[in-house]
Design a protein. Structure first.
Length: 72
C-alpha cells in the first residue's frame, strides 16, 4: 500500500511540474516575470521528482515494474 502511495506522490508532483511548464500567464503587466518563475519552478519540480524516484527506487520502496504482460 505504501509503495502505491509513493508512486501516486511521484505522479502528482510530475503532473504539477507539467502544468507549470506548459502554462502561460494571463497578466499583461508582469507576464515575463511570472512566465520565467513558472518555468523555473516546473523544471525544479521535475528535477525533484527525478531525485525522489531515484532515491526511493534504489532503496526498493517503489512497486516492481512488470512489463512482460503488457507486450504479449
Amino acid at each position: 500500500m505504501a509503495k502505491q502511495i509513493r508512486m501516486g506522490v511521484i505522479g502528482i508532483l510530475a503532473m504539477a511540474g507539467l502544468v507549470l511548464l506548459a502554462g502561460e500567464p494571463i497578466e499583461e503587466e508582469t507576464w515575463f516575470e511570472v512566465f520565467i518563475a513558472t518555468k523555473i519552478a516546473g523544471f525544479a519540480l521535475w528535477g525533484g521528482v527525478a531525485l525522489l524516484y531515484k532515491y526511493w527506487n534504489k532503496r526498493g520502496l517503489l512497486p516492481e515494474e512488470d512489463y512482460e504482460d503488457e507486450w504479449v
